[in-house]
Design a protein around this ligand. Structure first.
Ligand code: KIV
Length: 269
């Protein structure tokens, strides 16, 4: 089996925009230098997602992630994947009005090498996105199921089930495109609705739980590599049995220590 299947091309905003209708884009999350380095030449973009609050910090949702934490993890990711297009996910409460959003986004650009930030929201955040993009901040928008809205919405709900919701999602996509977003994450949306959203805008739509009809896909690394065991959303494919491989390896280590086969004479000074 070949390890490297695609030639890696360093991404820029223009290349990401041009990929629409030409090439499917991939994005993977990373939270540290070690994994970012492994992902570097294999995915088009690396997202330092606030999902780290759940899969890295063990919290029940993303809401308590802070900007300090996101900056810390983004610096680690940028250190490990120096050539990658890295996006910092703005945590809950850090972009609730345009001045706060700009102040925090400027901090991100000044304290990390992130190429862009991601913001959850559609029509409701368009004015803020517009303010940021007109102040030279590259913004990826995130519409559909928005994890930062989990408490206000009363749970994680698949979107696009009614005509009204479908129309709202298309309005959201058009609003963030008009506000200057360079791409849109569309999460947890019925596939046929995601197809309409993708067709409605000229910027790439990166789907997660939105079928194969979008311009690309994003997955959380610990989900796709099978490390996160608490639950497996329907849309996740496990490309590795990470949790079991780790458990088997650590058990083997314990066995080898107990029967003194580790370390052997080649593994000592
Ligand atoms: O936080 C995150 O990892 C995300 C992805 C699910 C898109 O926002």
């Amino acid at each position: 089996m070949s390890i490297i299947t695609n030639k890696f091309e360093k991404m820029t905003i223009n290349k990401i925009k041009k990929a629409k209708n030409n090439k499917k884009l991939t994005m993977i999350t990373a939270y540290d230098a070690l994994f970012a380095k492994l992902f570097e030449n294999h995915a088009d973009m690396i997202l330092v997602g606030d999902s780290l609050n759940m899969s890295f910090a063990g919290k029940k949702d993303t809401l308590s992630a802070t900007l300090d934490q996101m900056i810390y993890h983004t610096n680690a990711v940028c250190q490990g994947a120096k050539e990658s297009f890295v996006i910092l996910d703005m945590p809950f409460g850090t972009y609730s009005n345009k001045d706060k959003a700009l102040e925090n986004a400027v901090r991100v650009y000044q304290e990390t090498n992130a190429a862009a930030i991601k913001i959850e929201g559609g029509v409701d955040k368009a004015e803020i996105i517009s303010y940021l993009t007109s102040s030279s901040i590259a913004v990826m928008a995130h519409i559909g199921l928005m994890p930062q809205y989990v408490r206000s919405e009363g749970g994680y709900k698949v979107r696009g089930k009614t005509q009204e919701d479908k129309e709202q999602l298309i309005k959201d996509a058009l609003a963030v495109e008009k506000a200057g977003a360079f791409a849109i994450v569309v999460e947890g949306v019925l596939s046929h609705v995601a197809k309409e959203i993708t067709a409605a805008v000229k910027i790439p739509v990166i789907g997660i739980g939105a079928g194969n009809v979008t311009d690309g896909q994003v997955l959380v690394w610990s989900d796709m590599l099978g490390f996160f065991e608490d639950f497996k959303p329907k849309f996740v494919r496990h490309y590795l049995d990470g949790a079991n491989l780790v458990k088997e390896a650590v058990s083997q280590f314990r066995e080898d220590v107990q029967d003194t086969s580790f370390p052997n004479s080649n593994e000592e000074y």
